[in-house]
Design a protein around this ligand. Structure first.
Ligand SMILES: Cc1cc2nc3c(=O)[nH]c(=O)nc-3n(C[C@H](O)[C@H](O)[C@H](O)COP(=O)(O)OP(=O)(O)OC[C@H]3O[C@@H](n4cnc5c(N)ncnc54)[C@H](O)[C@@H]3O)c2cc1C
Length: 404
């Protein structure tokens, strides 16, 4: 196919989980799409290590609805229980999927297996052209027109024409800066360590423990293996990670004492300095920001990808090509899409802020408020269920009715 002569409806820049998923679904809806990824899709396909990603119940529902959930290919384990402990055992909350009559709360998946599954689906998708090994260097609006010319730098540089652009190139995004989207950054003075280990724990029960040193998550992904996500305050991290970048197992054992025993084969699989970001706007002319390009969330609520999936569902729900051909153009629908995305985004950002300000803060005022909140949730089953549904993305979820 001579891509030079094609004018795409959508060009999606960045083939991470978000870019790949939205490309598949827009193409399925009949739009001509081009997905551009700077790395080789084959290389992404060969990544073997386990990288945990928590998908909430809503995300699984959405993937199932779009027939993009298959446990034969996606390495995934259900989570049926969740424990939250703030500083001491009195401030401990326990949730179970049976509390709200669900089979599970969500799944922990290997991010790379999900990425591989999406790339394979994208490769088979009609109406979707994939250009990998190509980095986009410029997005230019045509003079007196709404459409764009997208230039890539690669062995064979390309120039691609498109009506709309979805920018899902992650964070940082120099393209977003060039298009004059303003981004606000927040540095948390914390470092997150992803740790893989074996041990004994309650299968399918995740935990998130807050103390004065940071936030400690336990996310079991098999009957004997779990991921630990240590989000350590920078002035406390030497207590847990030594100079040779090895985990202090005794210290870890202390923190996780009630939830993880017989720790073995401990391995740090990744670490990063924590920074969150938020773009002022998510659309300019016909360029829409999606996923990490639009906001990078603190991992405390594990909501980043979940929010992205929800935003994609909004786009697909609003953009039905047949409807659009009948009554209005894509730009008209984009206004509604942006309103809904902004609303959901605000909601999740607020929830994450509350978790950081109250649950993860050791100042006495925050500890009093978090203790009050936890005790209130313990007493009121109705509020507890409401809180749980919010975490799972099930508040205002019109296509699902659950008891609670
Ligand atoms: C350690 C960690 C744990 C997380 N845990 C969770 C969790 O439990 N639950 C959850 O919901 N979320 C979680 N998240 C967030 C989640 O991983 C992301 O929201 C999700 O992966 C979506 O990312 P993305 O596709 O928006 O961006 P990215 O994954 O960053 O993808 C961007 C893509 O764009 C490509 N690209 C960049 N520049 C260009 C260019 N100029 N031209 C072409 N291509 C380009 C890159 O190569 C990359 O493939 C976690 C994130 C991290 C880092």
């Amino acid at each position: 196919m001579d891509k030079k002569s094609i004018k795409y409806d959508f060009t999606i820049i960045g083939g991470g989980l978000i870019g790949t998923l939205v490309s598949i679904l827009l193409s399925r809806n009949g739009f001509k799409c081009c997905l551009i990824e700077r790395n080789s899709c084959e290389e992404i396909n060969n990544l073997k290590k386990f990288s945990p990603l928590s998908l909430n119940y809503r995300s699984i529902l959405i993937l199932k609805k779009f027939s993009l959930w298959n446990e034969e290919y996606i390495s995934a384990a259900p989570i049926t229980g969740l424990i939250m402990k703030c500083f001491n055992s009195l401030n401990r909350l326990q949730f179970s999927s049976s509390d709200i009559d669900l089979e599970y709360l969500g799944y922990v998946v290997n991010k790379f297996s999900l990425q591989k599954y999406f790339i394979n689906a994208a490769n088979k998708q009609e109406g979707l052209d994939i250009v990998d090994n190509s980095s986009v260097v410029e997005i230019k609006q045509k003079i007196n027109q709404t459409s764009y010319v997208i230039r890539t730098s690669s062995e064979k540089p390309k120039s691609i024409q498109s009506e709309f652009v979805i920018l899902s190139d992650g964070e940082p995004s120099s393209l977003k800066d060039k298009l004059e989207f303003k981004t606000h950054y927040h540095h948390h003075n914390q470092t997150s360590y992803l740790v893989d280990c074996g041990g004994s724990f309650e299968v399918g029960v995740a935990a998130q423990l807050f103390n004065e040193d940071g936030i400690f998550a336990l996310v079991p992904y098999s009957t004997t293996k779990t991921s630990l996500i240590l989000t350590l305050n920078d002035d406390r991290k030497d207590k847990y990670i030594n100079k040779n970048n090895k985990v202090n197992i005794d210290q870890i054992q202390k923190v996780y004492s009630n939830y993880l025993k017989n720790i073995k084969t401990v391995k740090i699989t990744g670490s990063y300095q924590l920074k969150s970001s938020k773009s002022d706007a998510i659309i300019r002319n016909n360029v829409l920001l999606l996923g990490n390009t639009s906001q990078l969330l603190h991992p405390v609520g594990a909501q980043g990808f979940n929010l992205g999936i929800r935003n994609i569902e909004t786009i697909i729900n609003q953009l039905d090509r047949k409807q659009i051909l009948k009554r209005r153009d894509i730009s008209e629908s984009m206004k509604e899409i942006v309103d809904i995305i902004n609303h959901d985004r605000q909601d999740v950002l607020q929830m994450t802020d509350v978790a950081i300000k109250f649950f993860a803060n050791s100042k006495s005022a925050s500890r009093i408020i978090s203790s009050f909140m936890i005790n209130f949730l313990k007493i009121s089953q109705k509020s507890k269920h409401k809180f749980l549904k919010k975490i799972l993305g099930l508040d205002n979820c019109s296509y699902l009715t659950i008891k609670g």
